[in-house]
Design a protein around this ligand. Structure first.
Ligand code: SF4
Ligand code: FES
Length: 237
């Protein structure tokens, strides 16, 4: 265990935890976009910045990546921190002006869009947080999507922006996306995502459509479980 100060309060945490985890445990709210418990933090959005004093040095760090340490002093709401978050949020809003999630977060943070940053109108709602890519790679193991392009033209999608051949239609990317950029359309028997239409599997017992057939085949190939065993929904298992 290590002890340190956060917003003037002495706290204890397990060595190896990051500042964001500990702040949340103690009810301190730090805004985040690219952090999700199912994937390792990447520090992509920069919204979670805080100020950390270690020895004589004070610096701005991303709290989702910064490991707690004995004796550090963390401030989550100084003017310097709030100014950096304001700038980050204004840049994100300029990239994705139609994102309602960003608008709501900005409102809560008391931030207005900055006219000096010209809004992009062709980026959809993607803030390039990479959560979808990591969920697809690290959690699902399909690696169907990635980031391509450079700088302003960077975007998320299937390789060469073609219809994804390795996508299994699981929808993990759409569920984890914090800004609702990824569009997944579902009817009972079909699901559309990343330019493809997937057939859904009906449960052998209750008949309810519950998962894309390709996702079940993928699980069957990986685990050796026969498709007949996988064709039953969670409620009927
Ligand atoms: S599509 Fe969503 S999850 Fe993926 S990088 Fe963009 S904002 Fe993040
Ligand atoms: S939540 Fe820490 S950088 Fe995005």
């Amino acid at each position: 265990m290590v002890s340190f100060i956060i917003d003037g309060k002495k706290v204890e945490a397990e060595a190896g935890a990051n500042v964001l985890q500990v702040a949340r445990k103690y009810g301190i709210v730090i805004p985040t976009l690219c952090c999700h418990e199912s994937v390792a933090p990447s520090g992509a959005c920069r919204l979670c910045v805080v100020e950390v004093k270690k020895g004589k040095r004070t610096r701005i760090v991303t709290s989702c990546l910064y490991p707690v340490d004995e004796g550090i002093v963390v401030e989550t709401k100084t003017d310097r921190v709030l100014n950096v978050r304001r700038l980050v949020m204004q840049l994100l809003m300029a990239r994705c002006p139609e994102s309602e999630v960003l608008k709501d977060m900005a409102k809560e943070m008391g931030i207005e869009p900055q006219p000096a940053f010209h809004p992009d109108t062709d980026k959809g709602k993607c803030v390039l947080c990479r959560l979808c890519v990591k969920a697809c790679e690290d959690v699902v193991g399909a690696s169907a999507i990635g980031l391509s392009g450079r700088g302003k033209n960077k975007k998320v999608g299937a390789p060469f922006m073609e219809d994804s051949k390795t996508c299994i239609g699981c929808g993990a990317c759409a569920y984890i996306c914090p800004t609702e950029h990824i569009i997944m359309e579902s009817t009972d028997s079909k699901r559309k995502i990343w330019g493809r239409t997937f057939k859904m599997q009906p449960c052998d017992k209750c008949g309810r459509y519950f998962a894309p057939v390709d996702q079940l085949k993928f699980i069957s190939d990986k685990t050796g479980t026969p498709m007949t065993e996988l064709a039953v929904c969670m409620s009927c298992k």
